[in-house]
Design a protein around this ligand. Structure first.
Ligand SMILES: NC(=O)c1ccc[n+]([C@@H]2O[C@H](COP(=O)([O-])OP(=O)(O)OC[C@H]3O[C@@H](n4cnc5c(N)ncnc54)[C@H](OP(=O)(O)O)[C@@H]3O)[C@@H](O)[C@H]2O)c1
Length: 254
């Protein structure tokens, strides 16, 4: 796949894991409409092709089918993005799993479930960053965003394995913020709040009053603005944010 014209563009390029539905898809749309370029992955090749066709109506995208746990998929996502667009400015670690459903209390979760949740929610995002950071640091300013959850700090019965994986993701992002600050890489994690998505309905069928992923995606957009014009935004990093009522809350990132 080649978009030679896009290689010459100065628009920042954002890699999103899990871009076919929910928050990842909404964020892809929001970023494309905001003048960013986007690449994404997801497991269902049918959904990847459908999302690609819809998103291409806004701007060319790079789409990779496969499981983010697969080392070759991580590599393809980075390599195909660089081949098409010539750069990567941001990575959003969004794809995630709840693990076994209904959510088991900790003592009833299987070792296999524990491993699968931590592999998908912690180790795969970490390994993707190991591959992407050498590309990110070619830019004077870049961004890593980890999508976390209130379950990371909640202690809610049944949410322990998933929540612990999100707490680990938070700490990895916070630590990388310190380790990569000198390279101009801003690293944040964000709790997006309860959203009207397949994942939320799988965990809590019948839940109501959920935020639309599009609203949450719009609230996240200010985090990406330093990539468009770094001079007008001070360098902020290592923050854990949350979206509530459609508003991004956290440290002052202005
Ligand atoms: N929804 C909520 O209320 C809520 C609350 C707090 C935090 N979060 C967090 O927000 C993020 C987005 O959640 P969501 O509700 O938008 O999820 P979603 O609607 O279920 O969408 C998940 C996306 O990720 C992809 N995906 C899932 N597992 C993958 C894998 N192993 N490899 C590659 N792609 C994968 C899915 O496509 P395929 O299935 O085809 O792979 C889909 O595109 C997650 O990190 C979640 O933990 C959500």
């Amino acid at each position: 796949m080649n978009f030679p014209h896009d290689k010459n563009s100065n628009s920042p390029v954002i890699v999103i894991t899990g871009g076919t539905q929910g928050l990842g898809r909404a964020l892809a749309e929001t970023l494309l409409q905001g003048g960013f370029r986007v690449s994404f992955c997801a497991r269902s090749s049918v959904d990847v092709e459908a999302a690609k066709a819809a998103l291409q109506s806004i701007s060319p995208v790079v789409a990779v089918s496969g499981d983010i746990n697969d080392d070759t998929v991580q590599t393809r996502l980075v390599d195909e993005t660089v081949r098409a667009f010539g750069r990567i400015d941001g990575v959003v670690n969004n794809a995630s799993t709840l693990g076994s459903l209904p959510l088991p209390v900790i003592l009833q979760s299987s070792f296999e479930n524990d491993r699968h949740v931590f592999a998908t929610n912690v180790l795969a995002p970490l390994q993707l960053l190991r591959k992407a950071v050498p590309i990110l640091t070619r830019q004077s300013r870049s961004l890593i965003l980890g999508i976390s959850s209130d379950a990371a700090a909640g202690g809610y019965p049944g949410w322990g394995i998933y929540g612990a994986s999100k707490a680990a993701l938070d700490l990895l992002h916070k630590t990388m913020a310190a380790e990569l600050a000198a390279d101009g890489v801003q690293v944040h994690s964000v709790d997006p709040g309860d959203m009207d998505t397949t994942m939320h309905h799988a965990a809590d069928p019948g839940a109501q009053g959920l935020a639309s992923p599009a609203t949450v995606a719009r609230a996240l957009l200010p985090l990406f603005m330093p990539l468009l014009d770094s001079r007008s935004h001070p360098f902020a990093t290592g923050t854990r944010l949350r979206v509530a009522g459609g508003v991004l809350e956290g440290a002052d990132l202005a």
